[in-house]
Structure formats: structure tokens, C-alpha cells
Design a binder for this molecule. Structure first.
Ligand code: NAD
Length: 476
């Protein structure tokens, strides 16, 4: 869908996120023909630089991070770029920035800086006349570190912008498969009637990474896996799996339903949480070395059992886990259906279950495990086989070219579509659920359990499911 010419200002335009994600995403949209003639992208940060310097800087970032390599008209993309030296906490650069923007078109300010600067930036945008009705602001995670700080951020932003102008990014929502999850649920008759505790035994959400926290130790030591991953990304996935069908696919209808899920979550019992820290491995430092604190009690792994107390889900647990330096880089949601009420094939046929797996990475796709007869003359032996819907396979090469999450989300900001962004009350509700869990361990539940690099986390995480007669899916 074409968009009108716009001004996009990336505040923090020389930072890591801008280089790795935001600017390459804009470039790919340009190559896809989606950046209209006359659109302007302005980097703004403390570093002293001019337009030409910034174009070189972005060119180098594209060389490093824009995959596939892009298109022939790269110079024309770089021509759309400008730069303003700006101090978020002072006066420098603000009138220059205002002078660069065009009247009467959509303007978006992407706050690619830490949350301490969100309030000061919003205030200065207004003071310098850049906070009109056509202005949108995009804010990155972390949106606070607890309920109180998230509330304070929301209050600060609300002084200058309406909720309809604030785009809180959770890039998981921009992933193709995550949106496909909604298509699967609400575009098919097949799944929705079974989508409840009567038919679903449990749901597992796993986000496993192989990397450690190298280079981000300082931030991570203060955050931990619960704040960095569960409160936002895993919570958003849980909401999309568990929510009631919205009446329309529109921002508030979808976000209202997600909010109801978060509010229906039970408090998590301390026994239902396992935290871990990765150990040093063959010369590679462990978590405590990475964060520079030999007594760190921050978790690089967490597994927990969540319960949703509502009509649909009472009795169906949601098991969530995420961690660093695990066996494989894999993210998936598995909806594990119940056993058939009675096996007509006798006990030797074994236990078989349907599992719907939504894979976020690698190989984005969805597969449904179904039970069939093992081919051959050996009698009625059953096997589980996947009905696989890898998008690239089913839809041809075009499906391999799906836009990356940031591409989609940035274009949604320009189009003014908030469906895939978190509303303020959602973020607060998520913290309200997370805070007591964190308080549980800061009040003396002890240090996280050590685990080996390349494992599936501490053994106690496996026990969390075993004691319920269930098992995690393998991380591979
Ligand atoms: P960074 O430290 O690499 O970059 C920060 C940018 O902000 C730089 O351009 C810097 O010049 C600018 N800046 C800092 N103080 C300023 C001031 N007073 N006035 C003007 N500009 C100022 O940080 P980053 O990794 O790019 O992260 C930016 C934000 O995005 C953070 O909130 C971070 O938590 C979040 N985030 C980052 C990643 C990532 O992969 N890097 C992922 C998700 C979220």
C-alpha cells in the first residue's frame, strides 16, 4: 500500500539499534518501492556530524546489516537522509530540526534512545512546535522496569501526546508468523472451536537464544530475562494465543482483548518459577563475568507456569521459558491438544496428541502434528507426522521475501495503524503481573540456578513440567 511523503526523525540515529535495524529496514522498504518521492529521514543524535557524514555513516551500516544487499538506486535512498546534531537534554539542535520538517505531512519521531530521555524529548518536541496532530512518536523497549516507572513514562508522554499518537514497539508483533497466528485462529473454522481448556492440554512458549549477554552486560544485569523478554515479548505471544476473538481487526478491538487476558492472569506462585544463569564454557565467560558481578543474582534464563483464570482457559496451563546460551536459537509456540478420550487401537498404539506449532524462528511457519497409520503391513501402528506449512514452500519464493518486523512496524507508524503496537494500559497491566513475581525473588528466593551452555536450562526447569506429567519440547 503506497504512503504519502513523510518526515521520519530517528532520535538516536547513530546508535546500535538505528544502524542494525531501523535504517536497514527503511532501505529495504525503499528498494521495495515503498518510500515515496520526497520522503525525508533525519538522523538526530549528540554526535557532531553533517548530512554528508551521516550518509557515509548509514552507507557503512547498510553494507554491514542490509541483507539482501539491496537495490541499484542506493544513492537515491542516501539522498533522502539528513542529520541534525541534537541534545535531548539541552537546547542544541531543536530549532534546526524544526526548520527541516515540512508542514502538513505525517511526521514521526522514533525515540531510539533509553527511556530516561522519552519525557525530555516529548517536552522539547512540543516546546519547539513539532507536536501537532499529525505527529507520531515511536518508543522502544524497555518501557520502564516496573509498574511505577512505566506509569511515570505514560504520564510524561501523555502530557504532550494523545494515546493515538504513541507507538510502543514490541518487534515480536511485527513478525510475519505472529500475525499469521491471528489469521490461523480467526480466519479458519477448524481451530477456534477446539481453542479452549476442554481440548487444549497446555501451551508452551519458548524463546531460546544461543548468544550470551556479551556487550550488553550492564543493561542486562539490571534487567534479567523476566524484564527483558517475558514482560513484553512472551506476554504478547501469550495474549495473541489466549485472547477472545476481537469484533474487528482494528487497534483498540485487538488491544482490548489482549488487555483482558493480562488482567485474567493469576499471580504466579514462587514454586512455579525457575531461574537460571549460564556458566562459563570452554574459555567463554559465564553470565557473572559478562555482567561484571561475581555475586550477580540476575537471571539469564527463566521458566514459569502461568494460569489464566477465565472461562476459556481455566485448567490449561501456559508454560513459558526463555534464556541465553541455550542449545539452539529457536522460538516457538506449541499448542498441545489433549489425548483422544479413548483409544480404539489399544495400548500398543501408544499415546498420540495433536500439536500445533507456530515457529517464529528458524524457518517461520506453522505445523500441525497429526496421527496417521504407519505405512506397511505391520498392523495398526500409529505415527505422528507434521502437516507442514512452511510459508516459503507453500507460497513460493515471494514468501521468502517477507518484510522484517521493523520494516512492517515502521510503515504501520507512517500509515497510522496501531494494531501491532502496545497500548499504555496493556504495558502497565503486564508490569502489574510481573512485579510481584520479581518481588518474590528479590525478597530472598536465592540466586538463580547455574546451567551449562548448550543445555535447555537448569534441570529444575524440566522438573517444572515433569511434576505435572508433561514435558517441554526439545530445543533444536
Ligand atoms: P546506543 O547507546 O547504541 O545509542 C543511543 C543513541 O542515542 C546514540 O545515537 C546517541 O548519540 C543518542 N543519545 C544518547 N543520549 C543523547 C542525548 N542526550 N541527546 C541526543 N542523543 C542522545 O543505544 P541502542 O542500542 O541503539 O538503543 C536505543 C534504545 O533502543 C534503547 O532504549 C534500547 O534499550 C532500545 N533497544 C535496543 C536494541 C538493540 O538491539 N540495540 C533492541 C531493542 C531495544
Amino acid at each position: 500500500i503506497p504512503v504519502d511523503p513523510f518526515d521520519l526523525v530517528v532520535i538516536g540515529g547513530t546508535g546500535d539499534l538505528a544502524r542494525r535495524k531501523i535504517l536497514p529496514a527503511l532501505y529495504r522498504r525503499f528498494c521495495a518501492g515503498q518510500m515515496p518521492e520526497g520522503a525525508q529521514v533525519i538522523g538526530a543524535a549528540r554526535t557532531e556530524m553533517d548530512d554528508a557524514g551521516y550518509r557515509d555513516f548509514v552507507g557503512a551500516a547498510l553494507d554491514e546489516y542490509a541483507q539482501p544487499a539491496g537495490c541499484a538506486e542506493r544513492a537515491r535512498f542516501l539522498d533522502m537522509l539528513g542529520y541534525v546534531t541534537l541534545d535531548a537534554l539541552g537546547d542544541q539542535g531543536w530549532s534546526d530540526l524544526a526548520a527541516r520538517l515540512d508542514e502538513g505531512r505525517v511526521r514521526a519521531f522514533y525515540f531510539s534512545v533509553g527511556p530516561a530521555l522519552f519525557g525530555p524529548l516529548a517536552e522539547r518536541l512540543q516546546r519547539h512546535g513539532m507536536a501537532g496532530a499529525d505527529t507520531r512518536i515511536v518508543v522502544e523497549k524497555p518501557f520502564g522496569r516496573d509498574l511505577a516507572s512505566a506509569r511515570a513514562l505514560n504520564t510524561d508522554l501523555a502530557r504532550y501526546f494523545t494515546e493515538g499518537q504513541i507507538y510502543r514497539i514490541d518487534h515480536y508483533l511485527g513478525k510475519e508468523t505472529v500475525q499469521n497466528l491471528m489469521a490461523i485462529r480467526f480466519g479458519n473454522m477448524l481451530f477456534e472451536p477446539l481453542w479452549n481448556s476442554q481440548y487444549v492440554d497446555h501451551i508452551q512458549i519458548t524463546v531460546a537464544e544461543t548468544i550470551g549477554v556479551d556487550g550488553r552486560g550492564e543493561y542486562y544485569e539490571r534487567a534479567g530475562a523476566m524484564r527483558d523478554m517475558v514482560q513484553n515479548h512472551l506476554m504478547q505471544l501469550l495474549c495473541l494465543i489466549a485472547m477472545e476473538p476481537p469484533a474487528k481487526f482494528d487497534p483498540d478491538a485487538v488491544r482490548d482483548e489482549k488487555l483482558k487476558v493480562i488482567r485474567a492472569l493469576d499471580p504466579v506462585k514462587p514454586d512455579d518459577v525457575v531461574r537460571g544463569q549460564y556458566l562459563a564454557d570452554g574459555g567463554r565467560p559465564g553470565f557473572r563475568e559478562h555482567v561484571g558481578n561475581a555475586e550477580s543474582t540476575t537471571e539469564s534464563f527463566i521458566a514459569l507456569k502461568a494460569r489464566i483464570s477465565n472461562w476459556r482457559w481455566a485448567g490449561t496451563p501456559f508454560y513459558l521459558r526463555t534464556g541465553k546460551r541455550l542449545r539452539a536459537r529457536t522460538s516457538e509456540i506449541a499448542v498441545v491438544f489433549k489425548d483422544t478420550p479413548h483409544s480404539i487401537f489399544g495400548p500398543e498404539a501408544g499415546q498420540h496428541r495433536n500439536i500445533l506449532t507456530i515457529r517464529l524462528q528458524p524457518n517461520e511457519g506453522i505445523d500441525l502434528g497429526v496421527t496417521i497409520k504407519e505405512p506397511g503391513p505391520g498392523g495398526m501402528r500409529l505415527v505422528d507426522v507434521p502437516l507442514d506449512m512452511t510459508f516459503a514452500q507453500a507460497l513460493g519464493p515471494e514468501a521468502e521475501d517477507v518484510p522484517d518486523a521493523y520494516e512492517r512496524l515502521i510503515m504501520d507508524v507512517i500509515r497510522g495503524n496501531q494494531t501491532l503496537f502496545m497500548r499504555g494500559d496493556e504495558v502497565e497491566a503486564a508490569w502489574a503481573w510481573t512485579d510481584p513475581i520479581i518481588a518474590g525473588w528479590t525478597e530472598g528466593a536465592g540466586a538463580p540456578l547455574p546451567y551449562d551452555t548448550g543445555s535447555a536450562g537448569p534441570d529444575e526447569a524440566l522438573a517444572l513440567m515433569h511434576r505435572d506429567g508433561r514435558a517441554w519440547r526439545e530445543i533444536r
